[in-house]
Design a protein around this ligand. Structure first.
Ligand SMILES: [Zn+2]
Length: 280
């Protein structure tokens, strides 16, 4: 199949396997410092994949990770990629007061900017945790100096989602663009088409078909996301995780890297701030 002419945006949420929201009941923040970290090794795997294909991406990075592994931040910037913020310690926006949230997004931004020497314009909320209940978060992001957010998933999901939100980039506030996670419209509802767990769960051909559908029917660039721990089948198992959490986290980890290679070959990818005018 011929490549579509549209350039899509590739994003990576830089956090370690034990920082995932669904693992929070099993690993508290006070334990983070004693966990064996895999994030540096995994980001290096991703940087190599991107270098091999010539693609650029946006890395929404936790301030906590950046402080402990400043080499990651430097290598992301040196590779020509965009550094974005994923907050400091992976608190969901919806679990914070406006004051706490503002502190968190400011702190993360300054840590990332100090380490990289470059301005950070983009923010992604942990677990897409901006919805109709906390739209004040957009005011905080604007106040903290961000130019765009990619924090809304216009789907119904058990952990997140704002199904009635616009499906494509819109001005959440004057001077702040919201670039929602990509969905496709079918059977009168929005279905997720932006990667994450679905990329591992479904056959690759399905992801490819969904992105093509958005590019050709909606004529919009897709926004795709994944995590460093998803390219790491050898990661230590978190004790206590079970049921749906365990299934979602560990399914098909060995398939991510070969699938990403195909995804990088089948579409053109670039950083968010280059794909979406108004994001910088
Ligand atoms: Zn996250």
């Amino acid at each position: 199949m011929a490549r579509t002419a549209l350039v899509n945006a590739l994003t990576i949420d830089v956090e370690d396997y034990f920082q995932v929201s669904a693992m929070a009941p099993h690993v508290s923040r006070s334990q983070w410092d004693s966990m064996p970290c895999r994030v540096e090794r995994n980001v290096d795997v991703i940087l190599q994949l991107l270098a091999d294909s010539g693609a650029r991406a946006t890395f929404f990075t936790l301030g906590w990770v950046a402080e402990r592994y400043p080499g990651i931040v430097r290598r992301i910037a040196d590779g020509g990629h965009e550094l974005g913020s994923h907050g400091y310690a992976h608190h969901r926006a919806s679990d914070q007061s406006p004051e706490e949230f503002l502190d968190d997004v400011r702190h993360a931004k300054s840590v990332l900017e100090d380490l990289s020497g470059e301005p950070v314009h983009g923010y992604r909320a942990p677990s897409f945790s901006i919805d109709e209940s906390n739209l004040w978060a957009f005011d905080c992001l604007l106040q903290a100096g961000y130019r765009y957010s990619s924090s809304v998933y216009p789907v119904k999901h058990d952990h997140y989602g704002m199904p009635d939100a616009p499906r494509f980039a819109y001005a959440a506030r004057e001077g702040l663009l919201e670039i929602p996670m990509t969905t496709t419209r079918m059977w009168r509802r929005n279905l997720p088409a932006g990667g994450g767990g679905f990329f591992r769960l479904m056959p690759y051909a399905m992801s490819k078909w969904l992105i093509n559908r958005v590019n050709t029917i909606d004529r919009q660039p897709a926004l795709f996301y994944f995590h460093p721990w998803e390219v790491d089948p050898e990661q230590p198992r978190v004790h206590g995780s079970k049921g749906r959490t365990k299934f979602r986290h560990y399914l098909n980890l060995h398939r991510t890297e070969p699938r990403l290679r195909r995804l990088l070959a089948d579409f053109q990818w670039d950083r968010v701030d280059r794909v979406f005018p108004g994001a910088r």
